[in-house]
Design a protein around this ligand. Structure first.
Ligand SMILES: CC(C)(COP(=O)(O)OP(=O)(O)OC[C@H]1O[C@@H](n2cnc3c(N)ncnc32)[C@H](O)[C@@H]1OP(=O)(O)O)[C@@H](O)C(=O)NCCC(=O)NCCS
Length: 146
């Protein structure tokens, strides 16, 4: 296999992103924060936080970085095409998005992982993220689409 290339993606890649999420089995909120309009706004605000991995012209990996007002960085929507897994693509995407977040002064990186997602848990553990078994994620949704 050719070495994957990594580059910023734009809203022009929206259909390819959706297709990758589908292939990767990642749940997305296409009527909410993953909609075309919302993604376009997010990309315009922080274009360097949307990074794709490509084999030729095929998108085989993707990640979104985000941050909150207290300088905590988040790794979101990480996905790798099933045909290209265990090649270090996710690790490279995370490294690149962490670097972009660090340029904003962010040095604390976090991710939300479903407890049954062993692949992702192993991945984050491998690169130094520490699970917090004593913390429960709670949320209140004004809409199921968000
Ligand atoms: C999780 C995911 C992004 C990993 O992508 P990837 O490119 O295959 O990951 P990497 O090759 O960088 O893997 C690095 C490490 O992750 C762990 N890992 C990845 N896949 C694994 C698997 N199937 N079983 C066990 N550990 C696994 C291993 O520690 C691996 O290191 P190793 O290959 O040296 O053993 C990919 O499986 C995926 O897209 N899953 C579906 C979407 C998803 O769950 N996203 C994360 C949401 S939090």
């Amino acid at each position: 296999m050719e070495q994957p290339t990594f580059k910023l993606v734009t809203i022009e890649d929206y259909d390819r992103i959706k297709s990758l999420w589908h292939r990767a089995g990642l749940q997305s909120r296409l009527k909410g924060r993953d909609s075309f309009v919302m993604m376009q706004q997010q990309m315009e605000a922080n274009p360097d936080l949307f990074i794709g991995a490509f084999s030729d012209d095929r998108m085989i990996g993707f990640v979104i970085g985000s941050f909150d007002g207290r300088l905590k960085g988040w790794i979101n929507r990480l996905s790798v095409d099933p045909e290209y897994r265990r090649l270090g693509i996710a690790q490279e995407l995370i490294a690149r998005v962490e670097e972009a977040l660090e340029k904003r002064g962010i040095t604390l990186f976090c991710a939300l992982i479903e407890s049954s997602n062993i692949e992702s848990l192993n991945l984050f553990r491998k690169i130094g993220y520490v699970p917090h078994d004593d913390i429960l994620y709670v949320s209140r949704r004004k809409s199921q689409d968000i």
